[in-house]
Design a protein around this ligand. Structure first.
Ligand SMILES: NC(=O)c1ccc[n+]([C@@H]2O[C@H](COP(=O)([O-])OP(=O)(O)OC[C@H]3O[C@@H](n4cnc5c(N)ncnc54)[C@H](O)[C@@H]3O)[C@@H](O)[C@H]2O)c1
Length: 435
């Protein structure tokens, strides 16, 4: 089978590469010429563990191709996946212009029956919008529309794609369901659960899942804030809660608020959808509000440890990406922290193992020194802050850091160090929800 993936970002590149690994012939299309040129040279434009090897292998095996020419890409493809971005608009709703633009372009290049599959995260009703685009130009029997939302996590995207918890397929004809079932046969064989449903339900499942996970994170953050009031330990609270099979232990790690390219925009989009339907989700509304406050709270912890005055102080930030094992800086809590420090007259020394370039693009150079490693970052700083829990920050030589810092202050926004042991080394130590 030959398929095309339109949009070769985090989702499109992983999806295309993994389908090629399953034995499918894949053409990945992107309008970004620089990205496609890099890929054709075997260079991967994103940081994702294991991806580079898999891309190279499948290019060499002749199953994975890249092009900027959409017409050439979709030629002979039985399924065309739309995996372009759906960024938030000012009002929080998802911007569908890329999706609808791509739909329009594909509809002009139909050389036979195709199933058009939306993999981008899109509001309920988008499948219908895409159908209208195709209906303008083509009879109903020349195409089907389907929804196949993606749940991969950056940092473990390949494993998530190859061994997902479930596959969601929203489709309204037997032919579309059969093609998608066939495409995902390798996962069917390893007994991955498949949920077949209509398109609107599939679209809602993605938002419902992401908003629920964002709620879980936000909930434990609130419990952490309460722990700080009562002298409790959020690690123990989370562990004890997680032992209850009805709750589960995942997504119960307190921190500086969720970020990334999905949870912030998807919670806002769900809120927008629910408002338009006349049933605004009070839960999601609170989650968005509490999460924003949590990011600010993280900055206030830094300010507090500096005696309430950041002016003229140097803050070492270890980690900039919104989570470990990715170079994605979108909506990272680090952004709120850096802006707070700069507004209050302080400067930043920062290091991240993968996200330096992305951070630099977004934050610029003003008031920030980008460092080569953790020890360089903490040198001469008034406080060190663990912003992202990369493995390499879990076992830092804290004795050496103490010698390099101007003052032994540590703000641990990811709770990777033990409060008592860190204080015993002579640090003034703050965490999230552990006293
Ligand atoms: N990143 C994630 O972890 C993740 C996980 C699940 C779902 N999603 C969803 O998947 C979608 C894509 O996310 P992403 O992170 O891969 O985005 P991305 O920004 O990394 O990639 C999108 C790509 O689409 C390309 N593009 C835009 N318009 C195009 C056009 N007209 N023709 C060809 N290419 C075009 C862009 O150049 C870009 O390379 C979003 O809806 C997102 O919410 C993302």
């Amino acid at each position: 089978m030959h398929i095309a993936i339109i949009g070769t970002g985090y989702v499109g590149l992983v999806t295309g590469t993994c389908f090629a690994e399953f034995g499918v012939e894949v053409t990945c299309v992107d309008k970004d010429e620089g990205k496609i040129t890099s890929l054709l040279e075997g260079k991967i434009p994103i940081y994702e563990p294991g991806l580079e090897e898999l891309v190279k292998k499948n290019i060499n095996d002749g199953r994975l191709r890249f092009t900027t020419d959409l017409k050439e890409g979709v030629k002979d493809a039985l399924a065309v996946f739309i995996a372009v971005g759906t960024p938030p608009r000012e009002d929080g709703s998802a911007d569908l212009s890329h999706v609808l633009q791509v739909a329009e372009e594909i509809s002009q290049c139909m050389d036979g029956y195709k199933v058009i599959v939306t993999k981008s995260t899109v509001p309920v009703g988008t499948g219908e919008e895409v159908r209208k685009v195709f209906s303008k130009h083509l009879p109903e029997d020349r195409f089907d529309i389907a929804s196949n939302p993606e749940f991969l996590r950056e940092g473990s995207a390949i494993e998530d794609f190859m061994r997902p918890d479930r596959i969601i397929i929203g489709a309204e004809t037997e032919q579309a369901r059969a093609i998608l079932r066939d495409l995902y046969r390798p996962l069917y064989l390893i007994e991955t659960p498949f949920v077949f449903t209509n398109i609107a339900t599939a679209e809602l499942i993605k938002y419902a899942s992401n908003a629920f996970l964002a709620t879980k994170i936000t909930y434990i953050n609130e419990m952490a804030n309460l722990c700080e009031q009562i002298g409790g330990d959020v690690h123990v609270v989370a562990k004890a809660m997680g032992l209850d099979g009805r709750i589960g232990s995942k997504f119960l790690r307190a921190g500086p608020g969720y970020g990334g390219s999905c949870f912030p925009k998807d919670t806002l989009a769900l809120l927008n959808i629910s408002r338009k339907l006349g049933y605004p989700s009070k839960i999601v509304e609170s989650v968005v509000e509490v999460n924003e406050a949590q990011k600010q709270r993280a900055y206030v912890k830094i300010k507090d440890i500096l005696g309430g005055d950041v002016k003229g102080k140097v803050v070492a930030l270890l980690g900039l990406a919104f989570k470990p094992n990715t170079d994605d800086f979108r909506e990272s809590p680090a952004e709120v922290i850096v802006n707070g420090i700069r507004e209050d007259g302080g400067t930043v020394r920062a290091f991240d193992p993968a996200a330096m370039e992305q951070a630099r693009e977004s934050l610029g150079e003003d008031g920030i020194t980008y460092c080569e490693n953790s020890y360089e970052a903490v040198t001469g700083a008034d406080v060190m802050v663990i912003v992202t829990e990369w493995n390499q920050f879990r076992l830092l030589d804290l004795g050496k850091c103490k010698d390099l810092l101007k003052s032994p202050n540590l703000v641990d926004l990811r709770n990777v160090y033990e409060p008592d042991a860190t204080r015993a080394l002579g640090y003034t130590y703050t965490s999230i929800g552990r006293v």
